[in-house]
Design a binder for this molecule. Structure first.
Ligand SMILES: NC(=O)c1ccc[n+]([C@@H]2O[C@H](COP(=O)([O-])OP(=O)(O)OC[C@H]3O[C@@H](n4cnc5c(N)ncnc54)[C@H](O)[C@@H]3O)[C@@H](O)[C@H]2O)c1
Ligand SMILES: [Zn+2]
Length: 351
């Protein structure tokens, strides 16, 4: 079993990573005499619900799969069930699922009686390498993604890489998008490692997945430990996300899995960096070749440039009407570039 520590003073916690960890869930989740809860979705419950049978002090709440569950209604429904079933301030919540379950269950834990402990057991690649670590929780309101939320760190993250084999290919690629992002923003050696081993990663090869997931968690843990509330460094995690979020929004969150949109976003944001002359040409070509080779349709010509820019203007990272872009500069390094809407229109229309 691999272990990564997230250092956040009194909010510090461990991430445990290994194949088959869920077989020992009873010990790992730690028994408590309170009324505890597991929140999961129907797909995961059907596939892996049997692992949860060992936890008899836990009441199971099973939600519909998909982004539409990150809503006020589903949140209210979960909180009502917790109140009715006697959850106390010492009750614990386990989020067993992908980023949707993690964000929703984390948010319920953050606001129930002003905050109760929660454990993340991520089941998608994206959740294992990204969303389960770092304490961002939240739901969507109107069309504004993650517009309601809280920073609430888990008390533990348990990652079983053996669960990845049942993931649909689209979801796997989505996770690969976030994996390669870590290499580009922070660790060029890791970028090259992922590029060399991409076929094995696509097959969730058991020999390398624990390492791949661990390295991503290490990088995220380091960044989050230095900037928990995204006041500076943490922004680099948004590489690919300014354009990526706009693509998700303009397609009503139904065409792309999150990390797929991030892959396309990283592709065009690298081209933007090239046009601005802030990135070495050869290095930019290396990034573009790799992203192109993932087999995702990179064409964004169908989306009106003005609408894309309007989606970007809604981003939480913007300041004073300027849009924030994280752009590659050199191996393992990115920087923030703020652009007015007119600048965005110029670059996007020339992509
Ligand atoms: N909090 C953060 O820091 C953060 C970071 C990135 C993304 N997110 C959020 O994460 C969400 C996306 O999460 P996601 O990509 O994990 O998608 P998801 O949670 O919607 O899961 C994708 C699909 O895979 C299914 N699934 C989950 N595990 C499976 C398994 N092992 N085998 C087979 N099927 C499985 C789910 O039921 C679902 O249908 C978005 O809402 C996004 O905003 C949050
Ligand atoms: Zn992301």
């Amino acid at each position: 079993m691999e272990k990564v520590r997230v250092n956040l003073k009194e909010n510090s916690y461990n991430i445990l990573i290994g194949k088959g960890l869920l077989g020992d869930l009873e010990n790992l989740a730690e028994h408590s005499p309170e009324q505890n809860f597991i929140i999961t979705d129907k797909n995961i419950n059907a596939l892996y619900g049997n692992y949860l049978d060992a936890l008899d002090s836990y009441e199971r709440i099973v939600i519909e799969p998909g982004e539409q569950s990150k809503s006020i209604d589903v949140t209210a429904n979960i909180l009502k069930q917790m109140l009715e079933k006697g959850a106390s301030r010492r009750s614990k919540v386990i989020a067993f699922g992908g980023g949707v379950v993690g964000d929703l269950a984390g948010f319920c834990s953050a606001i129930y009686m002003r905050g109760i402990p929660f454990v993340q057991i991520p089941t998608t690649l994206l959740a294992q390498v990204d969303s389960s670590v770092g304490g961002k929780t939240g739901i969507n309101l109107l069309h504004y993604k993650n517009s309601i939320g809280a920073f609430h760190q888990p008390v533990k993250v348990i990652i079983d890489t053996g669960l990845l084999h049942t993931l649909p290919y689209k979801e796997l690629l989505s996770g690969i998008g976030e994996i390669i992002k870590y290499g580009i923003i922070y660790d060029y050696e890791f970028f090259k490692y992922v590029a060399r081993n991409i076929e094995k990663i696509k097959k969730c090869d058991e020999d390398i997945m624990p390492y791949v997931v661990k390295r991503c968690c290490e990088i995220k843990a380091e960044i989050v430990s230095r900037d928990e509330k995204e006041e500076g460094l943490r922004k680099i995690l948004n590489f690919g996300h300014t354009i990526g979020h706009a693509l998700e929004g303009i397609t009503d969150f139904s065409k792309y899995a999150h990390g797929e949109a991030v892959i396309i976003g990283m592709y065009y944001e690298t081209i933007m960096a090239k046009k601005m002359g802030i990135v070495d040409e050869e290095y930019a070509a290396e990034i573009l070749n790799f992203l192109d080779g993932l087999g995702i349709d990179l064409n964004i010509d169908d989306y009106p440039v003005l609408e894309l820019a309007d989606w970007m203007l809604k981003d939480k990272k913007n300041v004073g009407g300027k849009i924030s872009f994280i752009l590659p500069v050199k191996e393992g390094m990115v920087k923030e570039q703020m652009l007015e809407k007119s600048g965005v229109l110029y670059y996007i229309s020339s992509l």
